[in-house]
Design a protein around this ligand. Sequence first.
Ligand code: ZN
Ligand code: ZN
Length: 266
Amino acid sequence: MIQITILGSGTCVPTKRRGTPGIAIRSKSSWVLVDGGSGTLSRMASAGIDYTAVDYLLYTHIHPDHTLDLISLLFAMNYTPGYERDRALDIIGPRGFKKFFEDLSRPYPWIRPKSFPMDVMEVTDEYFSVGYLGVQAAEVNHGDLPSVAYRFTNDAETMVISGDTEFCDEIVDLSRKTDLLLCEASFPTDEFDTQMHLSASLAGRVACLAQVKNLALYHFYPVCDEYDMKVLCAKEYDGRIIITEDLMELEINQKTLRVINNRTHP
Ligand SMILES: [Zn+2]
Ligand SMILES: [Zn+2]
């Protein structure tokens, strides 16, 4: 079983409905966090996810809407009164992430771990594991910025998180026959600037070419909410399409996808 919580389904543009991208994946008693911009930590609190139980932080790329709460999270892990972390923390990101972290920790020395072992690692196309989940990384195209998508596998199920990407073979190949593709759809149609991103129809094309079993869309700029994203996406993909919301929970169990709940953030 793979359980995920959408912490933020939006972008850098703040709206009441959609926060910055962040996805939490349950790994038995701990959590894997994939991306986390400003506000992700408070969305975790709203979702009832204990930030001290996060053991793996995966980043798709360093754009601020995907990384800003790395600072907040590490600061909280170091300076929560009465809490002293001893469990290890692994941070994984694309090429350049080690330097990014070193650079960040100069003005913010408080993010260097006080009491716990921490590794910062870079991946391109490696296979590694986070808890009981195997992870295949693949570099995708997001302008000049090194960016990766991740494919998660347990013994039975698979799920891909696209991060930010334009249409490219790499995201299609990584997503092939996966049970769930959580795919960015920054814009409604290709009339918008999809140079570094996907539209609903392009996300549908990725899902169709990759023959994925279920497609969930996220990373919506506000204009997306003025369109019927599902209808636009369904022009290219005839499988199940889910328009994610903040705090939506998804579960893949015995290869069947269930939307556990769909709480609307106040
Ligand atoms: Zn983004
Ligand atoms: Zn980006």
